[in-house]
Design a protein around this ligand. Sequence first.
Ligand SMILES: *Cc1c(COP(=O)(O)O)cnc(C)c1O
Length: 237
Amino acid sequence: MNIKDNLKKVKENIDRACRSCGRENSEVKLIAVSKTKPIEAVMEAAECGILDFGENYVQEIVEKYDHMPEGCRIHMIGHLQTNKVKKLIGKVSMIHSVDSLHLAEVISRECQKADTSMDILLEVNIAEETSKFGFSPECGELLSAARDILKLPGIHIRGLMASAPITEDGEQNRIYFRRLRELLCELRELMTNEGISDEELPQELSMGMTGDYIAAIEEGATMVRIGTAIFGARNYG
Ligand SMILES: *Cc1c(COP(=O)(O)O)cnc(C)c1O
C-alpha cells in the first residue's frame, strides 16, 4: 500500500462519514500525522493535496521545518515541555496540546517576545487515563483554566483537543467525542459571558485518529489527526 492509495481511502471514508450525518466535507480538516516518518513521506502526501501535518516532537519539527513543501502547515499535537516552546514559535500554525495554565503562560510570553500570536487548543484528558496529559473534564478544571488562559495576550483559544482510548472499535469512543463537543459548548458559553465576541468564540474539535475517526466526525470533529492509516505503522526504533 502506498501513501496515495491510503489517502484516497481515508478521504473516501471521511466523505462517507460526512454524508451520513449531513455535514460538508469542507467542515473536517484532515491532518496527516507524520511523526517519525521521513520528509519524503510528507512530500508524497503533499503531492496528493495534503496541507496540514501533525507532529509530536519539537526536535523533529525543527529538523523537518526547512524542508516542508510550500504552503504546508505543521500542527504540534504532542506533549510540550515549557522549555521547548520557544523553538516552535513561527514554525507551527497551531498547538493542539496545551494541557496546563503554565504552558499557556509560557506560550503567551514567548509570543509577545517574538511580536506574534499563536492559535491553541486546550487538551482534555477525556477518558481520564493516567497515561495521558490534558485537563480533566470533571469539576470545572478545564473551564477554570480556560478563564485564566483567555486573558493571556498573544494566544487565541480556537477549540478543544482529545485523544480517546486506543480501541479496535471506534464506536466505543463515541461517548468521549460527544463529551468533548459538550465541553466546547460550555467553553463557548463561558467565553461569551467573559465578553468574547461571536466570531472569536472557539469552534474547533480536534478529535479522531486512525481507529476512531468515523465516529469522531459523526460527533462533530472539525479536525481529524490520522497517522497510521496514511503512512503505515510507526517504527519507534
Ligand atoms: C500519533 C498521534 C495521532 C495519530 O495516530 P494514528 O492512530 O496513527 O492515526 C493522533 N493524535 C495524536 C495526539 C498522536 O500522538
